[in-house]
Design a binder for this molecule. Structure first.
Ligand code: FDA
Length: 317
C-alpha cells in the first residue's frame, strides 16, 4: 500500500512542488543523486573508478512531453560521453551510460492518449542512435533502462534494432513482469548485455506479480536462465540472497563474464566488498536536476527512508 502511494506521488505535481522547494530534503537527495551537472557526474565516476568500481551514469529525466527537451537530453549524453572519454574514463567500457526511452521522447506524438506510439518510438530511436554512436566512439556502451510495462515492448525493440549496428547496447528486464521470462529467452544471444532487476514501478496485477516473495522467486528463476545463457549478465540487486545465488551460479562461468550492479548510495560497503573479492561491480549513478521521481522510487523501496524524509519535510516548513 505504502509503496503504491509513494509511486503514485511520483506523478503528483503538487507533491513534487512541495518536495522540490524544500531545502531539507537535499541531504536525502544527495545520498542517491551525484549532483546536478555533468562535472558532478564525472567527478563521482572518477572517485568510484579509483575505488575499483565500474560505473553507469544516468542523466535524470523521464516521461518528457516536449520534443526539444528530448533532444536536449540526447545532447547532454553526447556531451557527457565526450567529457568522460577525454579523461580516459570510458576505456574498456569502465564508465558507460544508462538511458530511459521516455526521456528521449518515446511518449511524444501520441494521439490515442498517453503511452508509446510509432512517432515517439521513431524519435526515441533516433536520439538513442546518436547516443550509441557517441558511446561507441568513446569506447563504451549504452544500456536502455526499463520503465513501466507500457514501454517494455518498445524499449526492447529499440535496443534490439540498435544492436545490429552497436552490439554493446544493453537491455534491462524486470523480474516482476509476467512477460520477462519470455523476453529473456528472446534476447539471449552471445555477448548481449542484459541487466536483470526486480522492477521499480507500480504495475497492474495483469502485468506483474505483486508480492515480494513472488518477485524474488521470479528473479531467481530468470537469474538461473541468464547466468546459464550465452549473454553478458548484469545482476542488478542489493538483495543478499540473490547475490549469494549469483556467486554460486558464477562458478560455472568464465571469470569476468558477468557483473553485479548496484545503485549509488545503496549498500556502498557491499559494493566495495564484492569488488575487493575480485568481482566486477558497476554502480548506477544518476545526476541532474530532475531527481524527484527517481527519489520517490528509492523511498518506496525503503520505507525507513520515508520517515526520515517526512521528518525533514516537516522540520523545514
Ligand atoms: P530489495 O528491494 O529487496 O532490497 C534488498 C536490500 O537492499 C534491502 O533490504 C536494503 O538493504 C537494500 N536496499 C534496496 N533498495 C534500497 C534503497 N532505496 N535505499 C536503501 N537500501 C536499499 N528498476 C527498473 O524498473 N528499471 C531499471 O532500468 C532499473 N535499473 C536498475 C539498475 C540498477 C543498477 C539497480 C541496482 C536497480 C535498478 N532498478 C531498475 C531498480 C530495481 O528494480 C529495484 O527497484 C531496486 O534495485 C531494489 O531492489 P533490490 O533488488 O535491491 O531488492
Amino acid at each position: 500500500m505504502l509503496r503504491k502511494a509513494l509511486l503514485a506521488a511520483a506523478a503528483s505535481e503538487r507533491i513534487r512542488q512541495a518536495v522540490t522547494a524544500t531545502p531539507a530534503t537535499r541531504a536525502i537527495v544527495a545520498r542517491y543523486v551525484a549532483g546536478e551537472t555533468s562535472e558532478d557526474a564525472v567527478a563521482t565516476a572518477r572517485a568510484l573508478r579509483s575505488a575499483g568500481l565500474l560505473v553507469t551514469l544516468d542523466y535524470l529525466g523521464e516521461d518528457t512531453a516536449d520534443g526539444q527537451r528530448a533532444a536536449a537530453t540526447a545532447a547532454q549524453y553526447v556531451h557527457l560521453l565526450g567529457k568522460l572519454a577525454a579523461e580516459g574514463l570510458t576505456e574498456g567500457g569502465a564508465v558507460e551510460v544508462s538511458v530511459k526511452p521516455t526521456a528521449l521522447g518515446l511518449l511524444l506524438g501520441g494521439e490515442g492518449g498517453p503511452g508509446p506510439n510509432a512517432v515517439g518510438e521513431r524519435i526515441a530511436t533516433g536520439h538513442l542512435e546518436r547516443i550509441a554512436a557517441a558511446a561507441r566512439d568513446a569506447g563504451t556502451t549504452v544500456t536502455v533502462d526499463a520503465e513501466d510495462h507500457r514501454t517494455t515492448a518498445a524499449g526492447l525493440r529499440i535496443a534490439t534494432a540498435l544492436r545490429a549496428r552497436f552490439p554493446g547496447v544493453g537491455s534491462v528486464l524486470q523480474a516482476s513482469l509476467r512477460r520477462t521470462e519470455a523476453d529473456l529467452r528472446a534476447v539471449a544471444a552471445p555477448g548481449v548485455r542484459v541487466r536483470l532487476c526486480k522492477g521499480a514501478y507500480a504495475e497492474p496485477a495483469a502485468e506483474a506479480v505483486e508480492s515480494r516473495h513472488d518477485v524474488d522467486r521470479g528473479y531467481a528463476r530468470c537469474l538461473g536462465l541468464l547466468m546459464k545463457g550465452p549473454g553478458y549478465p548484469m545482476v542488478a540487486t542489493h538483495d543478499p540472497r540473490l547475490i549469494a545465488i549469483t556467486r554460486s551460479l558464477s562458478l560455472a562461468r568464465p571469470a569476468g563474464s558477468f557483473e553485479y550492479q548496484m545503485l549509488y548510495g545503496v549498500r556502498p560497503d557491499e559494493q566495495r566488498r564484492l569488488a575487493a573479492e575480485g568481482a566486477q561491480v558497476r554502480v548506477y549513478v544518476p545526476y541532474g536536476g530532475d531527481w524527484y521521481p527517481y527519489l520517490l522510487r528509492r523511498l518506496a523501496e525503503r520505507p525507513s527512508n520515508l520517515a526520515l524524509f517526512l521528518r525533514s519535510l516537516g522540520s523545514s516548513s
